[in-house]
Design a protein around this ligand. Structure first.
Ligand code: AMP
Length: 308
């Protein structure tokens, strides 16, 4: 099976992070950046996005080193998107300190003709209207995986609903699922989201792993058990990078295996500040964490059998 190329849209950002382990100002980040660095471990990624005149050379270098296609990354006059976040001492809570849209304010996504024939696309966290603009350019057979965040659930619900309708796989975390559906029970929330259009909903549960909902079937996938979390920023996008990276190589049929790869990939991101944890990841190191997650799943299965 040939490896598919992935089209990705989302934020390319300069982040200011305050974590218990340290502070960093204006470092490379953004949903599309974490996603494409993670996915590039497995497949070619073509990025759609915008940066400002202040975007650092280090960012362009990173995309080049990883073979990430930047034909559709526009550089506009103005400032690169900036986001600041502060974490609680146990990393369980995150407050947004600021969001400065900068060049995203007037951004019109442009996709080169030779990138429009993609059959795998990631609509990463960015205004839902921009996700929809990219979606409109994609062929009907394209498998679309989308992500979102609380900000858009609160302020752009109608557009987000349309994104949900167009998605084959929808990713969100537990709080977002509760906020979007009004259901406390995640099984119920997943049912409501599935009824909107996607054939698979994946609810990320932080340290508790991820829940895959597909039709009536629900399956839980745990996290890599040995990661020491330093900074969870970008973990969700790296998770998506592992997920689509797996799908680009092996197709969409084995969703559990794709989610195990997603969890293994995200485990690198949490181990360092900003991108520092993800950058040393290699396909081999991800594969060894995939095995470790399988070992946890097998133990759970054996314990379950003993209880029967
Ligand atoms: P995550 O930790 O998975 O939520 O992703 C963190 C990344 O999302 C950071 O690198 C931010 O630059 C980016 N981000 C935060 N807020 C927004 C927003 N409103 N729109 C787009 N990207 C955002």
């Amino acid at each position: 099976m040939s490896v598919k190329t992935i089209l990705a849209v989302g934020s390319i950002a300069l982040d200011t992070l305050e974590t218990p382990s340290g502070r960093r100002a204006d470092i490379l980040g953004g949903s599309a950046t974490y996603f494409s660095v993670a996915a590039s471990l497995f497949a070619k990624v073509n990025l759609v996005g915008v940066v400002g005149a202040d975007f650092p050379d280090e960012g362009w270098r990173l995309f080049k080193e990883r073979g990430i296609g930047i034909d559709d990354v526009q550089q506009a006059a103005g400032k690169t998107f900036r986001w600041g976040g502060r974490y609680s001492s146990d990393l369980s809570r995150r407050d947004t300190l600021f969001t400065e849209l900068g060049v995203f304010e007037d951004f019109q996504p442009r996709i080169s003709n030779h990138h429009k024939q993609m059959d795998l696309a990631y609509l990463g966290n960015i205004q839902p209207s921009l996700q929809l603009a990219v979606c409109a350019e994609l062929p009907p057979e394209c498998t679309i995986v989308s992500d979102t965040m609380n900000l858009w659930i609160e302020h752009n619900r109608d557009d987000l609903q349309k994104v949900l309708q167009k998605s084959d796989i929808f990713l969100l975390n537990d709080e977002e699922a509760q906020q979007l559906t009004g259901h406390e029970q995640l099984d119920d929330a997943a049912k409501v989201l599935l009824a909107e259009g996607p054939s698979i909903v994946i609810i990320k549960l932080g340290q508790a792993g991820a829940l895959i909902a597909q039709g009536e079937k629900h399956q839980h996938v745990p996290v890599y058990p040995k990661a020491t979390a330093v900074d969870p920023t970008g973990a969700g996008d790296s998770f998506a990078g592992g997920l689509l990276g797996f799908m680009a190589r092996h197709g969409s049929d084995n969703i559990v295996e794709a989610v195990v790869t997603a969890a293994a990939t995200a485990s690198f991101t949490v181990e360092g500040l900003g991108l520092e944890g993800l950058l040393p990841a290699t396909p081999e190191r991800v594969a060894s964490r995939v095995d470790a997650i399988h070992a946890v799943m097998d133990q759970g299965f054996l314990r379950h059998r003993e209880r029967l």
